[in-house]
Design a binder for this molecule. Sequence first.
Ligand code: GZL
Ligand code: ZN
Length: 369
Amino acid sequence: MKKKLAVLLAGAMVMASLVGCGGGDAAPAETSAPAEEAPAADEAPAADEAPAAEEEAPAADEAPAADGGTISVGFAQVGHESDWRAANTQNYQDAFSEANGYELSFVDADNDNAVQLEAVRNFIQQEMDYICIAPIETAGWDTVLQEAQDAGIPVLIVDRSVDADPSLYTTQLGCDMVAEGETAGNWLAEYLDGAEAKILVIEGSVGASATLGRTEGFNNIAAQHSEWEILDSQSGDFTQAGGQEVMESFIKSYSDFNVVVCQNDNEAYGAMDAMDAAGITYGVDGDVIIISFDATHDGLQYTLDGKINCNVECNPLQAEFAADVIQKLEKGEAVDAQTIVKDEAFVAPGITSQYAVTMTQEVLDGRAY
Ligand code: GZL
Ligand code: ZN
């Protein structure tokens, strides 16, 4: 009960600070991952804080945890579709550990919207202190976000974004997917230098903000190049199997393509398998340019090996941002309505670019995931 009251007050402050700077259009904070700010035990809310006045003493089993500081967090994760997702999940489990003062309830929604919505409703029932949602799709969130708000539980929208009234959730944090798509397009224009392009796109999961953003960003640049033609664009669902399946169907339908844009590394691995099977060469020494997203370790190994020409990063190590928001709310401090996680891009050896870092073994060895 103590925590709930404190959070309610903080929530009010968040709304106040948003209204103060123009009603929620606070410029998003550009930031890179904060130093590990998860609270040391002594930073968690002091157990000796006078508990808020309560109508009745909590039943024995409702007494706050012995240390008084454990913060319960429900996390409804997209699924386990990609290496990026695995790194993101591990990062949350590491950051929201018991040692850091948290009790994490984690649900892997396996890319199923109904499962994800049910997980959030269960978190509300269980009266979590906070709920984090990495939304599979942007649509369909208003009702359950209203339910969480009515229950006084702050919601953090993480990794991806939702098509919902921003006043229904406390903050959104993640990468700028449109910018990632534009980086890919700008790099391609620089690399082609006016040459023609016949482009196939293997999109991410249908309705995901990562898919919508990367597609929009890339198309913003493609629209500037009449010498480019996007032959087709299909969803590979961010998986290797999906990437292979879509690439196999593309190979059956198109014979003159010279660029394949894969909206994540796992789709790129599947596309490479399909092109290998069809005897199609790719990469810096091949006939087909591959652009990928995520810049996971294996994706950057392929980039270092010259198999992927350009790999646009989306940093999965975002849990520290979420912990930072929760710690601020615990202290009744205002939080940013949006935090954009910075990312960069990488290109194969031999390529120099104003938009990307040229891969070397040291760059690969220095990666955190
Ligand atoms: C991007 C993230 C995407 C990754 C995929 O922030 O939502 O989802 O690009 C993952 O690997 O499936
Ligand atoms: Zn052009």
